[in-house]
Design a protein around this ligand. Sequence first.
Ligand SMILES: Nc1ncnc2c1ncn2[C@@H]1O[C@H](COP(=O)(O)OP(=O)(O)OP(=O)(O)O)[C@@H](O)[C@H]1O
Length: 364
Amino acid sequence: MVDIVIENVTKRFGTFTAIDGMNAVFEDGAVTCLLGPSGCGKTTLMRMIVGLETQTSGRILFGNRDMSGLPPRKRNAGMVFQYPVMYQTLSVEENIALPLNQDKSLSAAERQRRIDEVLDVLDMRDRRKLFIGDLDAGSRQKVAVGRAVARRSDIVLFDEPTTNVEVQAKLLLIRAFKLVTQRLKQTIIYVTHDQTEAMTLADKVALMRNGRIEQYDKPANLYNRPASDFAGWFLGNPGMNFVPARAVAGGAETLLTAGPLALEGALEGGKDFRAGIRPEHIGLSDEARPGSVPGTLKDINVSIAGRFIARVTVDGQDIKVKTDRVPAARRGGQVHLFADPAEMSFYADGRRIAAVPAGGQHNR
Ligand SMILES: Nc1ncnc2c1ncn2[C@@H]1O[C@H](COP(=O)(O)OP(=O)(O)OP(=O)(O)O)[C@@H](O)[C@H]1O
């Protein structure tokens, strides 16, 4: 097992900078998801790690071995693509065996043991003799995963492997994938733009934007303590609300708080302050309550898992609220919002700052 060390790596295509002076260590034996919007550089970073692309400057190391200049086959890294090349006329077992057959140091017994192990973890033992052409897309990807991990390379990279798999099969594939990675403990890099997938699979997520890593953290931290307003906005469905905040003595005022909110830690004056709060941390009611602010119900929609997403206009700004109860008010009617101060974070110039609500839970 090895760490993947990204050392001051830049990648330019002509004058365009796809990866911009990146530094990161992707830890050994862990699953790191590269997550981010289209075009942020995920695939480029992955292709450089595996050796399909060369960085313009900087170094990529596996452990303490500098990979610069080494072709893919010398890097001991497996890869699963969106559209893996599968041999239709070979069986599941034969496909998984292919890379093992090339390794002459393996005995026939060891080869068979590895194949059986992978088939077990993927729950495909009873389908070992089926031809690839007889499988659905999800099962084919399972075989591709099996083939990549059976080699026991130090590192395995996955490039959006569930893209072409329908939803139900996708969930099964992700579950199988998680079992494989837990069992085999290889260093895994998994590229996705699907946040649910990243949050489910990853030990750590590298959230990328414009060729940089915005935040590299455990999924729960990324969600609960986004380091930037971009991270707060990108994660969550819908993402975090942001409202302007104004520094006052001992705290801040926002349009989601009825009066000044006492803060521990200073908001320095003169910067672009904003408060962030997730839609599920705002209560919605027909009646005012201590600390609530009035707003106008704009619309309400059913979200996943039977919850509702309401949009409420407060002082001209739309606030998203996730709620279990539909208010009695109709569209255009008055409702009241209660933003839990303990769940508010503060940002200056896009970055989270240390100021937290006094007595809040935020440093947990
Ligand atoms: N060979 C290339 N030549 C020129 N520009 C490129 C090349 N490869 C990638 N790019 C550009 O680099 C940027 C990053 O691309 P990349 O494919 O790494 O993004 P991504 O985050 O993987 O996006 P997606 O989720 O859409 O696959 C994009 O703007 C892309 O157009």
